[in-house]
Design a protein around this ligand. Structure first.
Ligand SMILES: [Cu+2]
Length: 492
């Protein structure tokens, strides 16, 4: 029996400007964003398996990954055909210590070419898995990635080829690097967040570049560690660490645990200088956050991690809150609560920049099937959004020329009416201002939300890694439709 999908579409008026006036809007006159299907909480495989270390050497982690099609259960009795690493969703969690050498023996058993990008890990450019440095690994071919992991933090891996489809099909996994000063906690778990757009049979619905271009492909099933509405058991009294990773194509997770404060201890670049208490956390596609929660309630109490309503433009704010996963106390007597750490290592502020850049994120409408190839068999009268940076549409871009060891200040100017999550490869940066206001903490990041019609400034030292690096919007439909650029970092 098929459960009704409640595909009550919210039709939002896409703000289409200039170029479209008086023209046939084709099927782009509305942006369709599906509501999330409610699924009862169930015990699923909440903790993704760690990848076994195949090399006995103490400072080497060797992992075997095979990308392949597999049937994966994503809710009780609901099995979807996905693209996976080792048949798992998410892929196996890679675990290493800062300074380790990580070697990944990869085999591509997909029906098409792919790569792996190590999101947030400062790898040598040749290992970054992007088209500028690596020809995609053809079907049936093996490739070994090998690099040293310099920083502790919560990272992730995913393809950087046709990513809007390959990541949506399930190709992603967590990558945890631990340092010498990790806080003592009762548990330390990764929570990889995603959403899938499925049809009435719970199979991935068609990829429709025209319909999914404007706001990205937002799903109707929310997955936490590959399961819809899983239950995470927590010992009462315990101090529980959750490393959140947003692997969704386009969904913004505004995470809250109603009735509970959260203690954020890390961003996507590792631990903060000190924990900070927050009521909620905005996690944009590609971004990570590290959070502590004290399980202080009654025996068998359940609490729902929720993604609160968020307006990132084009009608997305009309959708209601959605449940992500359930936290459930055990029935045992509470254990002694470990002390919440009060401080971690200081993060030195980057010095004033010697190079300033302006990076403008832009959106326009163009005839589909035009020179940027926006159309996919649609009629020539259809209009489709084109995304660009400083007037250039990837791959037709001029790489920005930069010098190794320089401190640069980038102003990311969002000229559009929706938010874009900005990601820089190869380097970590410190935000200087968001819409003119300084952030409350110094933190390392590689992914940051750029609110609609606002400017975010960050500083970055181009240390250690010469080569060609990508920067792009992490709404994958936007990146693949042109909102992507290249930075060429050369030795002085
Ligand atoms: Cu975008």
């Amino acid at each position: 029996m098929t459960r009704p999908l409640h595909l009550a579409f919210v039709t939002a008026v896409a703000a289409l400007t200039g170029a479209c006036n008086g023209m046939d809007m084709g099927n782009m006159d509305g942006t369709m964003i599906p509501e999330v299907i409610e699924v009862d909480a169930s015990e699923g495989p909440f903790e993704p398996n760690a990848a076994p270390d195949l090399d006995p050497a103490p400072n080497v982690v060797e992992v075997a990954l095979e990308a392949k099609v597999a049937d994966v259960e994503i809710a009780p009795g609901r099995t979807a055909s996905m693209w996976t690493y080792n048949g798992q969703l998410p892929g196996p969690r890679i675990e290493a210590r800062a300074g380790d050498t990580v070697r990944v023996r990869f085999k591509n058993s997909l029906p098409e070419a792919t790569t792996i990008h190590w999101h947030g890990v400062r790898v040598p450019a040749a290992m970054d898995g992007v088209p500028a440095v690596q020809s995609p690994i053809a079907a049936g071919v093996e490739f070994t990635y090998e690099f040293v992991v310099p920083d502790a933090g919560t990272f992730w891996y995913h393809p950087h080829v046709r990513s809007e489809e390959q990541v949506e099909r399930g190709l992603y996994g967590a990558f945890v690097v631990r340092g010498d000063a990790e806080p003592a906690t009762t548990t330390d778990r990764t929570v990889v967040l995603d959403d899938l757009l499925v049809d009435s049979n719970w199979q991935l619905s068609d990829f429709d570049p025209m319909m999914q271009a404007m706001v990205g492909r937002q799903g109707n099933v929310i997955l936490a560690n590959g399961w819809a509405h899983p239950i995470a058991g927590v010992a009462r009294g315990g101090l529980h660490r959750f490393r959140f990773i947003n692997a969704a194509n386009a969904r913004y997770f505004r995470l809250a645990l109603p009735g509970h404060g959260l203690i954020q201890i890390g961003t996507d670049g590792g631990l903060l200088p000190a924990p900070r208490e927050v009521d909620e956390l905005l996690l944009v596609p590609g971004e990570r956050a590290d959070v502590l929660v004290v399980a202080s309630g009654d025996a068998n109490e359940t609490m729902e991690w929720t993604s609160l309503r968020y307006d990132r433009g084009h009608g997305t704010g009309e959708l209601p809150d959605a449940i992500v996963f359930q936290m459930k106390h055990g029935s045992d007597a509470p254990i002694a609560t470990p002390a919440t750490p009060s401080a971690f290592a200081a993060i030195a502020e980057l010095p004033a920049a010697t190079v300033q850049r302006e990076i403008k994120l832009e959106e326009s409408m163009a005839m589909s099937g035009g020179e940027h190839g926006a159309g996919h068999g649609s009629s020539t009268t259809d209009m489709a959004p084109v995304f660009s940076i400083n007037g250039e549409v990837f791959p037709d871009v001029t790489p920005l020329a930069a010098t190794l060891e320089t401190v640069e200040e980038w102003s990311i100017v969002n000229t559009t009416e929706m938010d874009h999550p900005f990601h820089l490869h190869g380097f970590r940066f410190q935000v200087v201002s968001v819409d003119g206001a300084a952030p409350s903490v110094v933190a390392w990041r590689d992914s940051i939300n750029i609110p609609a019609e606002k400017t975010v400034k960050f500083r970055v030292r181009l240390e250690d890694n010469p080569g060609t690096w990508m920067f792009h919007c992490h709404i994958l439909e936007h990146a693949e439709r042109g909102m992507m650029g290249e930075l060429e970092v050369a030795a002085p």
